[in-house]
Design a protein around this ligand. Structure first.
Ligand SMILES: [Mg+2]
Length: 365
C-alpha cells in the first residue's frame, strides 16, 4: 500500500548557460521530485522535468498540478507500477508527463524492496555502460565546432547538433562539427521537428556525403514519411513517438531506423519499457532519455538504457552533468563517455529529502 506521497519542486540551472532548441531557450529545468513510501517500509524516488514549455506539450506547473491532483487517488492504494498505471488510465486520463515521476518512484520502490538494481527488473543489464551523447545548441558554425571539441575533451563520443532553422546555415554548422571532431565521433543532426518537408530536403542535400544521423526532421509522421524517400541516412524519430500506437505507425510506414524515447513524454518507466521492448522486437535502434532532470532522472535513464540490448542501443543523456545542482548521490561518474548505474538497489541513488526544502504535496493515509 502507498502510505505517503510527497513531492518537491527543484530549480536546476544549466551549468553551461542557456540551452536553445525547438525554437525556444531555457536557463535551466523546473523539476518535480516525488517520493512514495510503502506501508511496510521503504521509499521510492522519481523525477520529471519538462524542458520549458516550448519543447513538448508539457510545462512544469502542469506537472506539479497533476501530481497534486493524483496524490489522493493513489495514497492508500496499490504500489505495483503496472497496476497503478492501469488504474490511472481510468481515473486520471492522459497527462503522461505528470505521471512520470510517480511511476518512476514506484519502480524504484519495487526494485528496492526486491533488493536488486532496477536494471534487473527491466530485462537485465547488457554491457557495463551506455554511450552518452551531448547536444550542441544552435550558434555560428565556428562556435559550434569549438563547443564540439570542448565536449570531446570532456569524454563525450557522440554529439547531437541542433538544427531546424535555416537549411543551408544548419548544414554548414553540422559540417563544421563533423570536420572538427574526426570520423570516430558519431554525429546526429536533430531538428526537433522544426523543418518543413521542403526545408528538410534542402538540408539533406546541403549535407552532401557527410556521415550524419538525422533526428526528427519534421513535426508529424506524415511529413517525416514524405522526407524519408529523400534520405539515405539513418533516420530517428523522437517527438513523434509519444505512444505505442505512434511507434507501430512509424514502423508500419517504414519511416524510422530508430526511435528516441523520453520517459516523461511517454509517462514513466512502465510505458517506456513497453515501447522500448516492442521497438527492439521490431529491429529498431533505441535511445532512452528524458526531457530533463538531475541525478534521480539520470539514474532512471541509465537503468532503462542498460537493460536495452546493446546491439540496438544508441545512446542516453547525463542530465545530472547539464545542471548545476544535485538531488541524489550514488550515480557513478561516466567512464570513457559511457554512463552506468549505481550498485545499490532500485535506482541506486540516495536522496536527502531535508535538502529539498518543503514539499508542495505531503499526503499520507
Ligand atoms: Mg531529439
Amino acid at each position: 500500500m502507498i502510505a505517503r506521497l510527497r513531492a518537491w519542486r527543484q530549480w536546476q540551472p544549466f551549468a553551461d548557460g542557456p540551452y536553445a532548441c525547438s525554437g525556444g531557450s531555457a536557463d535551466g529545468l523546473d523539476s518535480t521530485i516525488v517520493a512514495i513510501d510503502h506501508g511496510d517500509g521503504g521509499t521510492g524516488w522519481g523525477e520529471a522535468a519538462p524542458l520549458g514549455s516550448f519543447y513538448g506539450p508539457a510545462f512544469a506547473a502542469g506537472c506539479r498540478a497533476g501530481v497534486a491532483e493524483m496524490a489522493p487517488l493513489l495514497v492508500g492504494g496499490p504500489v505495483a507500477p503496472r497496476l497503478v498505471n492501469r488504474r490511472l488510465a481510468t481515473t486520471f486520463k492522459g497527462h503522461p508527463y505528470a505521471k512520470s515521476a510517480i511511476d518512476m518512484a514506484l519502480w524504484d520502490l519495487a526494485a528496492r524492496r526486491a533488493g536488486v538494481p532496477l536494471v534487473e527488473l527491466l530485462g537485465g543489464r547488457d554491457g557495463a555502460g551506455v554511450d552518452l551523447y551531448r547536444s550542441i545548441s544552435a550558434a555560428e558554425p565556428a562556435e559550434m565546432a569549438e563547443r564540439a571539441r570542448e565536449l570531446i575533451g570532456r569524454g563525450y563520443r557522440r554529439l547531437q547538433v541542433k538544427v531546424g532553422v535555416d537549411p543551408a546555415g544548419d548544414a554548414a554548422c553540422v559540417l563544421a562539427v563533423r570536420d572538427a571532431v574526426g570520423p570516430d565521433i558519431v554525429v546526429f543532426a536533430d531538428a526537433n521537428g522544426l523543418y518543413s518537408t521542403a526545408a528538410a530536403r534542402r538540408f539533406l542535400r546541403a549535407l552532401g556525403g557527410a556521415d550524419v544521423w538525422i533526428e526528427q526532421p519534421c513535426a508529424t509522421l506524415a511529413e517525416c514519411r514524405a522526407v524519408r524517400s529523400h534520405c539515405d541516412r539513418p533516420l530517428v524519430l523522437d517527438e513523434s513517438i509519444d505512444s505505442l500506437e505512434a511507434l507501430l505507425a512509424a514502423h508500419r510506414d517504414g519511416v524510422a531506423d530508430g526511435v528516441t524515447l523520453k520517459i516523461a513524454r511517454l509517462g514513466g518507466v512502465t510505458p517506456t519499457t513497453l515501447v522500448r521492448d516492442v521497438a527492439v522486437d521490431l529491429g529498431l535502434h533505441v535511445t532512452i532519455e528524458d526531457t530533463g532532470g538531475a541525478d534521480i532522472d539520470t539514474a532512471a535513464c541509465a537503468h532503462l538504457s542498460l537493460s536495452t540490448p546493446a546491439a540496438l542501443r544508441l545512446h542516453t543523456v547525463d542530465f545530472n552533468a547539464w545542471v548545476a545542482v544535485s538531488n541524489a548521490t550514488g550515480m557513478p561518474a561516466p567512464v570513457n563517455g559511457q554512463l552506468s548505474v549505481g550498485a545499490g538497489a532500485g535506482l541506486g541513488v540516495e536522496v536527502d529529502s531535508s535538502a529539498l526544502g518543503e514539499p508542495f504535496v505531503d499526503l499520507r493515509v
